[in-house]
Design a protein around this ligand. Structure first.
Ligand code: SAM
Length: 293
């Protein structure tokens, strides 16, 4: 009887625990220029991608994160035409963004060409419609360098990054958020992948504090993603338009109908509004996020 291989997520080693996944088959494994990449088949979660020992995406639950990182900023904004994704190499978020016909141009800036190439092979359900869409532009570059140099201006910026380690570290810095603000249109919104508050409270607090130094409104919203271990996932929110975060359910529902009420499996107008109602322990983390002058 062949020995079963297990792959551990090592992201929380410093907290003294690991999540291990049984491996049915390793589909792809390599050390890219920027990070260690492994894709494997899991009996329950299906295809699973890990970068540097951190779970990025699984076929079973990817829809939750992808929908909340794309439809919340776009339906809150209501008329986003120019959208920027930083990271997002698997193209799952790009696929959701392009469901919004109001979006005229979507630019994705991913640092690691290997992630895009391998996603074309292993996540065609995302990459095929995305790369076939004339509105889509793929740029291989460090997101920090791109937002520091671009002359483009955006209505929504979605930072679908890895955790603040390796190439992803700079995407949690003050200078990155300041450079994002520089290329945002009036009334634009910035959302960020910000970890799980139960295990990574400082990551969320530090980002929100930096947002509050730059924007009128710095906050977060939450969703529960089974393979982002730790209960709620925190998604950072920054905008100079304080009203966006309080968009009423009625207005969200009307915008959804106007957008053709395309299929979703997690996002609804009610779930959208509720995502900003934070459990007290997370609200406390965010409340304490004071920008140091
Ligand atoms: N949803 C996942 C999560 O929450 O952990 C993230 C998925 S996506 C695959 C993360 C992408 O960010 C990776 O493809 C990685 O190469 C990219 N990335 C990391 N640092 C980057 C940087 N500085 N500029 C652009 N892309 C970066």
């Amino acid at each position: 009887m062949a020995e079963i291989r297990w792959i551990a997520e090592t992201l929380f080693d410093d907290l003294g625990f690991r999540m291990s996944y049984q491996v049915d088959k390793v589909l792809y494994e390599m050390q890219t220029e920027h990070q260690h990449l492994v894709l494997f088949e899991h009996p329950f979660f299906g295809k699973m991608l890990m970068l540097d020992g951190a779970t990025q995406i699984t076929k079973r639950d990817e829809f939750i994160y992808q929908e909340m990182m794309s439809h919340v900023p776009l339906f809150a904004h209501g008329q986003a035409r120019e959208v920027l994704i930083i990271g997002g190499g698997d193209c799952g978020i790009a696929e959701e963004v392009l469901k919004h016909k109001s979006v005229k141009r979507l630019t994705q800036v991913e640092i690691d060409a290997a992630v895009i190439e391998f996603s074309k092979e292993h996540f065609p359900e995302f990459t095929k419609p995305v790369f076939a869409d004339k509105r889509f532009e793929s740029v291989i570059e460090d997101g920090m360098k791109y937002v520091a140099r671009t002359e483009r201006r955006f209505d929504a910026i979605i930072v679908d990054s890895t955790d603040p380690q390796g190439p992803g570290k700079v995407l949690f810095s003050q200078k990155f958020y300041a450079a994002c603000k520089r290329c945002m249109n009036k009334g634009a919104v910035l959302v960020t992948q910000n970890g799980v508050p139960m295990f990574q409270p400082n990551e969320l607090a530090s980002s929100v504090a930096k947002f509050r130094r730059l924007f009128a409104d710095g906050a977060c919203y939450v969703a529960a993603i089974p393979t982002y271990i730790g209960g709620h996932m925190g998604m950072g929110w920054a905008s100079d338009d304080r009203r966006l975060r309080q968009t009423p359910v009625k207005a969200l529902a009307a915008r959804y109908r106007k957008a053709g009420a395309f299929s979703t499996r997690y996002w609804t107008p009610e779930v959208h509004a509720a995502a900003f109602a934070l459990p007290r322990f997370i609200a406390d983390v965010v409340a304490k996020a004071r920008p140091r002058r």
